[in-house]
Ligand binder design. Structure first.
Ligand SMILES: [Zn+2]
Ligand SMILES: [Zn+2]
Length: 241
């Protein structure tokens, strides 16, 4: 828990019967320009905000929330975060921003059965996940966050508007749910998923120089072996057609 590298912190997901995504903080506590990447599951705002406090981040230093993608385990507690920190901006890839602004929750829930289950489990109402998105990311832009330059890569396949954040200077990759530690990848059966796009996205990530892999779930890796993402992609390629 805590500092991963200069200007990068993690609040680990606290899984229930549904997983809770890790939340990454870009920026140092006193920089006044911090970003939250993926707030996490429904109900996790008190936990995530409590850790933010413990790490010494003032609420007012959180300027924006950046979504790697908008599945429920990443965006579920965003409404509560916005209540607590009303001035933050929301940055989402355009392909998931547009449905989010229209209140189209198919990407959030991923599948109909899951929607019903979650609405019952958490007492969620239809239309709860409609937001104003302040910046529609496209992929290809570089964003300055917390004193570092992060490249935005559009990596569809797990979801239609999934992005990775890549810091080439520090060789750090935040790929959302596209690739995990231990040669695992994100599922490719939910709304907007596309196995062959996922294959292409993995190939694209395999071209990057990455030492530190900060995925949406499970283990963080500090000393990623050379060629790790490439061999993950190769292992999965037969299944991604
Ligand atoms: Zn996901
Ligand atoms: Zn996830």
């Amino acid at each position: 828990m805590g500092k991963v590298a200069d200007g990068i912190y993690v609040i680990r997901g606290q899984d229930e019967f549904i997983p809770d995504s890790h939340t990454y903080i870009l920026g140092e506590p006193l920089s006044g320009d911090c970003s939250l990447v993926d707030p996490g599951l429904v109900g996790k705002a008190p936990y995530k905000l409590g850790v933010l406090d413990d790490l010494g981040f003032e609420r007012s230093s959180i300027r924006r929330v950046i979504m790697t993608h908008t599945h429920l385990d990443h965006i579920g507690c965003l409404p509560d975060i916005l209540t607590e920190i009303p001035d933050v901006e929301l940055w989402v890839h355009a392909l998931e921003a547009e449905p989010l602004e229209k209140g189209d929750e198919r990407t959030v829930y991923g599948m109909e059965m899951f929607r019903n289950m979650c609405q019952m489990q958490y007492g969620l109402k239809p239309g709860q996940f409609a937001f104003t998105v302040h910046r529609h990311l496209e992929g290809g832009e570089t964003v300055e966050c917390g004193g570092a330059a992060w490249e935005v890569l559009h990596i569809p396949g797990h979801s239609v508007g999934g992005i990775a954040l890549y810091n080439p200077a520090a060789r750090i990759l935040i790929p959302g749910d596209v690739v995990y530690a231990d040669y695992a990848i994100g599922r490719f059966d939910l709304h907007g998923a596309d196995p062959s796009a996922l294959n292409n996205s993995l190939r694209r990530l395999a071209e990057l120089d990455v030492d530190v892999l900060l995925p949406g779930h499970n283990r963080l890796v500090n000393d990623l072996p050379e060629g790790y993402i490439r061999s993950t992609a190769t292992q999965w390629e037969p299944h991604l057609r």
